[in-house]
Design a protein around this ligand. Structure first.
Ligand code: ARG
Length: 403
């Protein structure tokens, strides 16, 4: 009898390799292993694919998702200045819905009834995968081997791997859990689990230590069109290449490190370190451009929308009505967010040093204190009389609202 099929999100690491074999051995399933290239530092995708085939899956594929990731996910994150808890650029949260979309499509192609992932029961990524998959096709059954098996320690897992012919890494891997893609790199676990411990130097790979960063500052110019970066230093460039370049430049100057305690969706506070040189630079530049291109009320309200957008995406609700509606608002605000931002990197810092836009709402005559002043000073009196009226009325009734 034909076996049922499962599509597995496969990274090539020990966990997902054990998952692959476990689905075959314990669940008697035919496995289709899918690896998404979202710009991670993983060297050789052909090698990962071969490894999956060697483990016995019936099909394996490494799909280049980078352009789609940039166009359909990162542009939205840029327009929304997406930062969870005001800091984290959401690199893991943005890649999971894209991977999920591919897994659902591939499950349909292969007539697979199941989709599996290698996430633990404690993190956000399981929620993101499963919420996305269920939103896209609720008829698919999700398997989460790591949540289900009784391999409780890494030693248990290695032992099971050896007994079942899964190659076990010989080098002692660094004790961190790492996830990376174009939008940055997340590092957790090991000594980082104690918030009093300073992050050891060896966790950082994309950003230089400030002491090792060049003594000379370096400036770049990023041009945006309707909220999306389109050129670097006057040269038109695709978003993927722009991100790769900015990761190098900003990283070399030691900009883009984050060390934070973050509120996970599953109720746990966790210590997370991130390196996001390009993401942090682009969002900084985009926010700066918005200060001249958005009107005051829109900008203030957009801050509220941005918080909600980031929370929604962090919670795994990419394919939701709320997320689409927030995107629609952000999209409308970006019509005139076209212009150029100059930034200077130096010793771990990134400073905005210039802004220009044909749509700039900055009006020299209104702003200037020089002879060019066009502002109607006399009009200010009536404005203040009326805008302060509620406080005058209050004060007359209840006395001054002092503390
Ligand atoms: N805390 C981040 C998030 O939930 C990153 C998780 C990344 N996973 C990892 N294995 N380090 O989006």
């Amino acid at each position: 009898m034909e076996k049922e099929r499962v599509v597995l999100a496969y990274s090539g690491g020990l966990d997902t390799s054990v998952c692959l074999k476990w689905l075959m051995v314990e669940k008697n399933l035919d496995v289709i292993a899918i690896t998404g290239n979202v710009g991670q530092d993983e060297k050789d995708l052909a090698e990962i694919k071969q490894k999956a085939l060697d483990l016995g899956c019936i099909a394996a594929d490494a799909v280049d998702m980078r352009d789609e990731y940039a166009a359909d996910f990162l542009t939205y994150a840029i327009k929304a200045n997406g930062l969870y808890e005001n800091q984290y650029p959401l690199l893991s949260a943005l890649s999971r819905p894209l991977l999920s979309k591919y897994m659902v499509e591939i499950a349909h192609q292969y007539g697979a009834k199941y989709i599996a992932h290698g996430c633990t029961g404690k993190g956000n990524d399981q929620v993101r995968f499963e919420t996305s998959i269920r939103a896209l096709d609720p008829s698919i059954t999700i398997l989460a081997p790591v949540r289900e098996w009784d391999l409780h320690s890494r030693d248990d897992e290695m032992e099971w791997a050896r007994a079942n012919g899964v190659p076990v890494p010989t080098t002692n891997k660094k004790p961190y859990s790492i996830d990376d893609n174009l939008w940055g790199r997340a590092i957790e676990c090991g000594v980082l689990e104690n918030p009093w411990n300073e992050p050891p130097d060896d966790i950082w790979t994309m950003t230089a230590e400030v002491n090792d960063a060049p003594d000379e500052p370096e400036s770049v110019e990023i041009a945006f069109e309707a909220g999306v970066p389109v050129a670097l230093d006057g040269q038109e460039i695709g978003l993927v290449d722009l991100i790769i370049k900015l990761n190098q430049i900003a990283g070399k100057h030691g900009f883009g490190r984050l060390d934070m305690i973050e509120n996970r969706l599953v109720g746990v506070k966790s210590r997370e370190c991130y390196e996001t040189p390009a993401a942090s630079t682009i969002i900084k530049a985009h926010k700066a451009l918005e200060t001249i291109c958005l009107d005051r009320e829109t900008m203030h309200f957009k801050h509220v929308v941005e918080q909600q957008w980031a929370t929604c995406v962090y919670y795994g609700q990419w394919y939701s009505q709320l997320k689409n509606s927030l995107d629609a608002f952000c999209q409308e605000t970006q019509k005139f967010v076209t212009g150029t931002v100059r930034l200077r990197f130096h010793k771990g810092n990134c400073t905005v040093t210039g802004l220009k836009s044909d749509y700039s709402l900055y009006d020299y005559g209104l702003a200037s204190y020089s002879a060019d002043d066009t502002f109607d000073h006399a009009a200010a009196k009536g404005f203040i009389d009326l805008s302060s009226l509620p406080f005058v009325v209050w004060s007359g009734k209840q006395g001054p609202a002092s503390c």
